[in-house]
Design a binder for this molecule. Sequence first.
Ligand code: ATP
Length: 336
Amino acid sequence: MAAKKVTLIHGDGIGPEIVRATVRAVEATGASIEWEERPAGEACAEEHGTPLPEQTIESIKENRVALKGPLTTPVGKGFRSINVALRAEFDLYANIRPASILPGIQVPFDDVDLVVVRENTEGLYSGLEAWLDREKNIAESRAIITRKGSERVIRRAFEIARSRPAKRLHVVHKANILKATSGLFLEVGREVAEEFPDVEFHDVIVDACCMRLVRRPSDFDVLVTTNLFGDILSDLTAGLVGGLGVAAGENLGDEYAIFEAVHGSAPDIAGRGIANPLAVMLAGGFMLDHLGFETEGNALRKAIEDTLAAGDIRTPDLGGDAKTQSFTDAIVERLR
Ligand code: ATP
C-alpha cells in the first residue's frame, strides 16, 4: 500500500517520550507511514507564541489524520484548551474511548469489553462561561445541545454497536434533572434507535450508570453520552481495565481523525522515562485500522498483548519496574 501521511504532534510532559515509543512500534509493524511533525501545546506556545500554530492546523487539513501526544493547556494565560480547540476546528464530534481487558494486568473484573462514545463538541465544553457579578462570586456555565450534534454522534455509536458481537447500546443522560439539554439528547437517542432494530437499546441515568459500571461492567457494550459525562465516564472505564496508562482515544469527524491517549501530560512523571506508552500505542493501532492497515494494527495489538501476557516487563503504573524504552523494546522485538 502507498505511504500514508500523518501529522505527528509530540505534545507536552510525557508526550514526547510516549509518542516516540509509539512511532517505533508503528514503524515496526511495517506499515508505510510518512510522519509530518508539527508543534502544539505549552512548549510550543513558549517557542512560537501560540499553542496551536497555523502550520499544525494546515498539516492536519492536508493529511486528514493526526497522532498526538497530550497537550498541556497553560493555566491562567487565557488559552482555551488546545484539545477542545482542535476538536472544534476539525469538527471531531465523536470521541471513541474503548476499554477492554488486557492480559496480565490486575483488575477487579475479567469481562470488561465496552466503548464509551463521548460527544466532543457541545455540552458544557461549548466555552460559554461567564461571571454574573463584578465581584466574581457568581459564575455561570452554559451547555449547548443540538438535535444535529446529538443525532450524528448517536448514529455513530449505533454503527459501532451494530459492528460488535453484543450489539447493545446505552444512552447515558440526566434527563430527569436536565430536562432540556439531557432530555433532548435522550429523545434523539430514542429516535435514532428506531433505525437500528438489530441493536438492543437502553437508556440509563449517569449516576446509576457509574454505580452499575463498578459493580457489573459486563452489562455494558457501547455507551453514548454528552461531553462532560463522557469525559468522566471514560476515566472510570479506563480504571476498570488498568488505568489511564492503557486508555486510548479516537477523535472522529466526517473528514478528519485525531488519535491520542485519554490521559493528560502527567507532568509529575515527565522526563523520567517511566511513562506507560500503551495508551498512545493503542491509539496508534486504531490509527492503523483507520488508514486501512488492519493487518498491521492487529499485529501491533498482538505484540502488546503478548508482551503483557509474558508478565515480566511492564511500567510502574502497572506494577512493574520497566522503563518506557525497555517496555517498547520488548514490543518492537515481537514485531520483528
Ligand atoms: P489533564 O487535566 O490534562 O487530564 P491531569 O494532570 O489531570 O491532566 P493526567 O495527566 O491525565 O491528569 O494523569 C493523571 C496522573 O495519572 C498523572 O499525574 C500520572 O501520575 C498518571 N498517568 C497518566 N498517564 C500516565 C501514563 N501514560 N503512564 C503512567 N502514568 C500516567
